[in-house]
Design a protein around this ligand. Structure first.
Ligand SMILES: Nc1nc2c(ncn2[C@@H]2O[C@H](COP(=O)(O)OP(=O)(O)O)[C@@H](O)[C@H]2O)c(=O)[nH]1
Ligand SMILES: [Mg+2]
Ligand SMILES: [Zn+2]
Length: 307
């Protein structure tokens, strides 16, 4: 049996499309029970996984017999009520938060929640503000404020117009050779951007009216699009599905750079910066050194932990 290696680019739950180094796509299945680590996940293999497989001459498909260790992976809650989770994608370099100051208008609460989750999974977040062709003066000012804030905090930001092909080449250069995930609210232009980055992809673009309707995300299949030899992009659903915290409350502050910097100055090592005495973070908020809006967003995320 000839052994081959490749990366999973599509998964339907029982079938996997595996792209091998010679650029061939092989339809694969898994044999029997096959679980990696001790993860309680509904899918043993996800897009982005590097796998080994062999063609079985008795069968019409190849069989995956090994998954290489994952650099990282992003999970969402499984649709059923069990405590299981579903792996969206693995081995990601970047997760792009696609946002818009225009329909639908992004809030820092949204961005901050994405930032925390992405960083918790050890993936580098990047913020893309799309639809800049639509902005009026007020929206342009708001966008400038957001960019100033997030760049100051150390996050890479892009401003794009998929419609006018603005900054698409810069974005393409940035994600060259990397595996990226596109996430963000429905209707911000994820599919349009992807089609711009890889013309010919033919992804369905939602009309404005249908994209704002909720609850249409029933699909659990993910696909990784190959932009070129070593460049991949996963189109993913929005935040509602990404809301899984696989970490402790005290770690939330680690994903707010301005809180992380000051936390060592707090009196208590396990300070949550909510009410504790001699808290350097609360003091910085009072002195205006930490933006109150960011602190409020931090508190909102803490609330999810049911302390
Ligand atoms: N004016 C403008 N419209 C855009 C832009 N990008 C996407 N759209 C429109 O926004 C709507 C939603 O786009 P879509 O790519 O389906 O969003 P998705 O839900 O994030 O994948 C569509 O009507 C697009 O034509 C842009 O840069 N400028
Ligand atoms: Mg889409
Ligand atoms: Zn503190």
């Amino acid at each position: 049996l000839k052994k081959q290696k490749g990366v999973v680019i599509k998964s339907t739950g029982s079938w996997y499309s595996v792209l091998s180094e010679n650029n061939e796509i092989t339809a694969c299945r898994i044999k029997g029970k096959f679980r990696l680590d001790n993860l309680k996940t509904t899918n043993p293999i996800a897009v982005g996984d590097r796998v080994h497989f062999h063609a079985d001459p008795k069968l019409e498909y190849a069989v995956i017999d090994h998954i290489e260790e994952r650099k990282n992976f992003l999970v969402r809650k499984s649709t059923n009520l069990s405590r299981q989770s579903h792996i969206i994608a693995s081995n990601l370099d970047f997760a792009f938060i696609i946002a818009s100051v225009h329909s639908p208008r992004i809030s820092t609460a949204f961005i901050d929640r994405f930032l925390v989750i992405i960083q918790a999974y050890e993936i580098t977040p990047v913020i893309v503000f799309n639809k800049i062709d639509l902005l009026n003066d007020e929206q342009q000012n708001y966008l400038a404020e957001l960019i100033e804030l997030y760049e100051y905090l150390g996050y890479q930001c892009f401003t794009t117009s998929a419609k006018q092909h603005f900054q698409i080449d810069e974005l393409k250069t940035f994600l060259q050779g990397k595996t990226s995930l596109f996430t963000g609210q429905s209707g911000v232009g994820k599919s349009t951007l992807l089609n711009c980055i890889k013309p010919g992809l033919g992804l369905k673009i939602a009309s404005i009216s249908s994209s704002t309707k909720k609850g249409k995300h029933s699909t659990t299949f993910y696909e990784m699009h190959q932009v070129n030899q070593n460049t991949f992009i996963v189109d993913s659903p929005g935040i509602r599905e990404l809301g899984l915290y696989d970490f402790e409350a005290f770690e939330v502050g680690l994903f707010f750079p301005e809180i992380k910097t000051l936390a060592p100055k707090c009196k208590y090592a396990n300070c949550l910066h909510t009410h504790e005495p001699d808290c350097a973070v609360i003091q910085a908020v009072e002195e205006g050194l930490i933006l109150e809006e960011r602190y409020v967003n931090y508190l909102k995320i803490l609330e999810d932990f049911n302390l």
